[in-house]
Write a protein that binds this ligand. Structure first.
Ligand code: URA
Length: 199
C-alpha cells in the first residue's frame, strides 16, 4: 500500500513534470513541503522566499526561524506538523502571487491536503487565509476579510466531504516588520494546543 510519504512524492514528481508556469523558469527550485505527512496540523504559507528557493525547503529563512520558535513555544516541532505553501516556486523579488499563479499551483496544494488529511489547517497571512476560507476558489478570495480581523479565530470547513478546522494566523514574516504583532501571534499560537485536543 502507498504511504502518505510515497503519495506526496508522486505529487512532487507530477509538479516537476507537468506544471507549466513562468515562475518555474525564474526560480532555482521546487519548494514542495516539509514535516510529518501523518501530522494533524498543516501550516500553509504564501510562497517560497529567497532562502527557500535556494534550499528547496519551505520556511527555512527568517520567517521560518520565527515559525520554529513559535512551534517550540508550544512544545511542537517538525515531527508534529507538515508545512507547505500555496505557490511551489518563488515569485521574483517576493512579489505577491497573481490570481493565475494561485490557480496553477493550488491543485497541487489540494492534493497535498487530500493525502495528509490534517485535522487543522493553519493559514499563515492574508493569501493563505483568504484562499482557504474562500473554499480554495481564487475568485472568491476578495469576499474574505483581512488577517487583522480573522486571526486567532478557528473556522470549521469542509471541502468535498473532508472536514477540517481552518485557523488563520498572522504570517511569521509580519512580526519581523511589525514587532507589535509578535505578542498577538504568540497568543494565537498558544490556543493551538487546546484546539487540537478536541479534534
Ligand atoms: N514565507 C512563506 O510564505 N513561505 C515560505 O516558505 C517562506 C516564507
Amino acid at each position: 500500500m502507498d504511504t502518505k510519504e510515497s503519495l506526496l512524492l508522486k505529487v512532487k514528481e507530477k509538479i516537476e513534470r507537468e506544471l507549466d508556469c513562468l515562475l518555474k523558469k525564474s526560480s532555482h527550485s521546487l519548494v514542495f513541503g516539509k514535516g510529518n505527512p501523518g501530522a494533524k496540523l498543516l501550516f500553509i504559507g504564501e510562497a517560497p522566499g529567497e532562502q527557500e528557493d535556494l534550499m528547496g525547503i519551505p520556511f527555512v529563512g527568517a520567517a521560518g526561524r520565527e515559525l520554529d520558535k513559535l512551534l517550540h513555544s508550544i512544545d511542537l516541532s517538525l515531527k508534529d506538523v507538515y508545512v507547505a505553501n500555496i505557490l511551489k516556486y518563488r515569485p521574483p523579488d517576493n512579489r505577491n502571487p497573481s490570481k493565475e499563479e494561485i490557480e496553477c499551483h493550488a491543485p497541487y496544494l489540494l492534493q497535498q491536503i487530500q493525502i495528509i488529511q490534517p485535522k487543522m489547517i493553519i493559514t499563515l497571512g492574508n493569501f493563505a487565509t483568504k484562499f482557504v476560507l474562500a473554499d480554495f476558489n481564487v475568485n472568491r478570495m476578495k469576499t474574505i476579510g483581512g488577517i487583522s480581523v480573522l486571526h486567532g479565530n478557528p473556522v470549521p470547513k469542509e471541502i468535498d466531504g473532508f472536514h477540517f478546522i481552518a485557523y488563520p494566523l498572522y504570517h511569521p514574516a509580519a512580526i519581523l516588520y511589525n514587532p507589535r504583532l509578535r505578542s498577538e501571534l504568540q497568543n494565537d499560537f498558544k490556543k493551538i494546543t487546546g484546539l487540537i485536543k478536541d479534534v
